[in-house]
Every structure is written in structure tokens, then in C-alpha cells.
Design a protein around this ligand. Sequence first.
Ligand code: HEC
Length: 191
Amino acid sequence: MKTKLFLLTSLLFACSSRESTIIQYMPHMANTPILKAQKGYDGFGNGASVLMPPEHTVARGHKPYRMESAEAAGAQLQNPLPKNLEVVQRGQAVYNNYCLTCHGPRGYGDGPVVNPFPIPKSLQSENMLLWKDGHLFHIITKGQGVMPSYAQQIQPEDRWAVIHYLRVLQRAEHPTEEDVRELKKQKAKAD
Ligand code: HEC
């Protein structure tokens, strides 16, 4: 009982002593003007209520993309991801979410939204088979012709993963002799 009473009085004392404090030490943060969104503010001299980052600022973790052309990217960039089941499955998910709508399930440009949307060039063309991964990375990053850039929607790693998946689609349509032999062997086993 005694301890409870003591606690209560000390609590009361603590409260009243805080209220009577009149000296504020460095009050700057406590007394900032309240800015209303979209209202504007004169403090920075340009009417804006937020400071803009200095020129050439790069967000933490962001790697600026510097390639000037698809050819340069093809010559200089390597796909950093290993070609394994996990990566290819990730690429497949990206493709099905972002690319299939226009490019179609196997890349022939027969996705569900084309016509009225423009019909894309085939991802199975001879050019596409020859172009390096970096070349394709550039097209996805920067866009090409009427195809928009996907830099905002798709993280660089997912862009590389979808390229591995494009290679799988291409190999399925252009199998090597060995692929065909292997497929026949597997079919014979299953029968
Ligand atoms: C809104 C429809 C649309 C979507 C979605 C789309 N593309 Fe395209 N894509 C196009 C069109 C149209 C072209 C032809 C552009 C041109 O050269 O004028 C094209 C061209 C390309 C090319 C170059 C083909 C060539 O022979 O020049 C590649 C590579 C490509 N797309 C990959 C992708 C990938 C990968 C995705 C998903 C991340 C994607 N596209 C999503 C419409 C689309």
C-alpha cells in the first residue's frame, strides 16, 4: 500500500514538474511551419514545399543505365543470371505478366490485345536468334518503336530472367538435332 502511494505521488510530481518547464532547448524541430499538400511554401524561394535532390543524385541501390544503343549493350553487357530452372521459371512469370499480352504465348506476336494494339515483330525471328542478351536487355529497358520502356515496371534482374525465358521459347521452336533426338528418346520411353 505504502509503495503504491509513493509511486502515485511521484508520478503526479513528474507530470506537474514537466508542465512547468518553460525553457525549450533547441526548439527548431518542434516549431516547424505546418505545410499543406499542394498549398505551396515560400521558405525555399521557389514555391515548393519539398527540397529537390541535388543534380546527379542517384537513389541508393539504383544503378544508372548508360548504354546508348542496343548494339553497344549487346557487345558490352552479359546476362548476370545463371540459366537454371528457378531463373527460367521467374522469367516465365515475368513474360506471362508483362509480355504475353502483346507477344503471345510463344512469341509470335499473337497476344490477346494486339489489333487494335500494334502487332509486334516475332520474338522467333532470325534477328532475335542472333541478337545477344544485352541487345534484348536494351530493348526491354528503353523500349523500341511503339513498344514502351519496361524499366519502371520490371527490375533489372527480372529483365535478365525474362531473356533466359525468351531463349527457352526460341529453343522450343528451333530445336537442335540433339534436342529432337532427346525428345524422341523420351517419347519412346513414355510409350
Ligand atoms: C503493349 C504491347 C507490348 C508489350 C506488353 C511488350 N511488347 Fe515487345 N514489342 C511490341 C511491339 C509493337 C514491338 C515492335 C516495336 C517496333 O520495332 O516498332 C515490340 C518489339 C519487341 C522486341 C524487338 C523485336 C524486333 O525484332 O525488333 C523485343 C525483344 C521485345 N519486344 C520484347 C518484349 C518483352 C521481353 C516484353 C515483356 C517484358 C515485351 N516486349 C512487352 C509490343 C509489346
